[in-house]
Write a protein that binds this ligand. Structure first.
Ligand code: DAH
Length: 341
């Protein structure tokens, strides 16, 4: 029995010393120290020993168990340390590798132009409104004095959702005038930017979806002089204090009188150049005094209140401002284009 214990001890110690991985170590633990292990098997034979032999043999057996447990402990600590240092080595950070470049986003030139407009108008006491792109033709046309048969209602220009021509993608931001009159208390000063839709083929200057900014003022004693003064000031804020504006008569169904406002070309100062197509002037917006019928349809008494309104294309404004020669660039969102602003 003594020899057996000595043999187990020698074998086990050398095995623990040379063990390579955690699975093998566990196998050794079971084999030597487990309930059905070699040491237990020897201890089971203790019963056969005489009463004199038993204490010494018991002591020896305990010593062997302690030595084995100690060796197991050392081996498993060694293994943990090895695993940790392998992990540290594998996860070493190479601080000399150049960093990854961070992509910084920029504002789209059209949003920059819009922010500028909002800033100018809110500074003059206007409220900014947002409205639906899916609109009732009643608001897009009828309530704006463009009744049945008006050419702008034509199928070839307008995206209708139904054959009754009741629901449509708004073709202008002007229905926001009606929504404002229907919901806001008087007096009103508002702008309403947003997307509008028309059945246009895509080319350098046309897109079936584009952006407009609508504006409207209703108050007591408002005249054409307020319209001209305010819009001329806006043009000067946009293009500099010396910017000249001119107003030409025009026709819109919802204003009377109606006009278009041009700004003198900021590029050539009016002499004529490619930017203004040789005209010396650039058309900026449509405007006019709100038609009395439009006020009446909203339940506003035109004898008591008057107002003016305007609408312009935001994409065109941004294109002029940032010298963009193709409207498709505004909508394609090619980062190579956007990075230039
Ligand atoms: N809605 C017009 C268009 O799309 C632009 C416009 C003209 C708006 C005159 C107005 C206005 O408010 O008074 O061409």
């Amino acid at each position: 029995m003594k020899e057996q214990l000595a043999k187990i001890r020698a074998e086990a110690l050398s095995a623990f010393e040379n063990v390579r991985d955690a699975a093998a170590l566990d196998e050794l633990r079971v084999r030597y120290l487990g309930k059905k292990g070699e040491l237990t098997a020897v201890l089971k034979q203790m019963g056969r020993l005489s009463a004199e032999e038993r204490p010494a043999m018991g002591q020896l057996a305990n010593e062997v168990r302690a030595a084995l447990e100690n060796a197991l402990d050392t081996a498993s600590k060694k293994m943990e340390e090895a695993a940790l240092s392998a992990k540290l080595k594998a996860e070493t950070v190479d601080v000399t590798i150049p960093g990854r470049q961070v992509q910084v986003g920029r504002r789209h030139p059209m949003n920059t132009a819009l922010d500028e407009m909002k800033e100018i108008f809110t500074g003059m006491g206007f409220t900014v409104l947002d409205g639906p792109e899916i609109e009732l033709s009643e608001l897009n046309f009828d309530r704006l004095n463009a009744g049945e048969g008006h050419p702008s209602r034509d199928w070839s220009d307008t995206f209708y959702f139904d054959t009754d021509e009741r629901v449509m993608l708004r073709s202008q931001t002007s229905p926001m005038q009606v929504r404002a009159m229907d919901t806001l208390p008087l007096p009103i000063r508002m702008i309403a930017p947003g997307r509008v839709y028309r059945k246009d083929e895509v080319d350098a200057t046309h897109s079936p979806m584009f952006h407009q900014v609508e504006g409207m003022v209703i108050d007591k004693g408002v005249t054409m002089a307020d319209l001209k003064g305010t819009l001329a000031t806006v043009a000067q804020r946009l293009y500099g204090p010396d910017t000249k504006t001119r107003f030409r008569p025009h026709h819109f169904p919802f204003t009377e009188p109606s006009c278009e406002m041009d700004v003198q070309c900021h590029k050539c100062g009016g002499a004529g150049c490619p930017t203004c197509k040789g005209e010396g002037w650039i058309e900026l917006l449509g405007a006019g005094m709100i038609h009395p019928r439009v006020l009446e349809m909203a339940g506003i008494d035109p004898n008591e209140w008057s107002g003016w309104a305007f609408g312009f294309g935001l994409d065109r404004l941004a294109m002029l401002r940032y010298k963009i020669d193709d409207v498709r660039l505004i909508f394609e969102n090619d980062v190579r284009f956007l990075e230039q602003f």
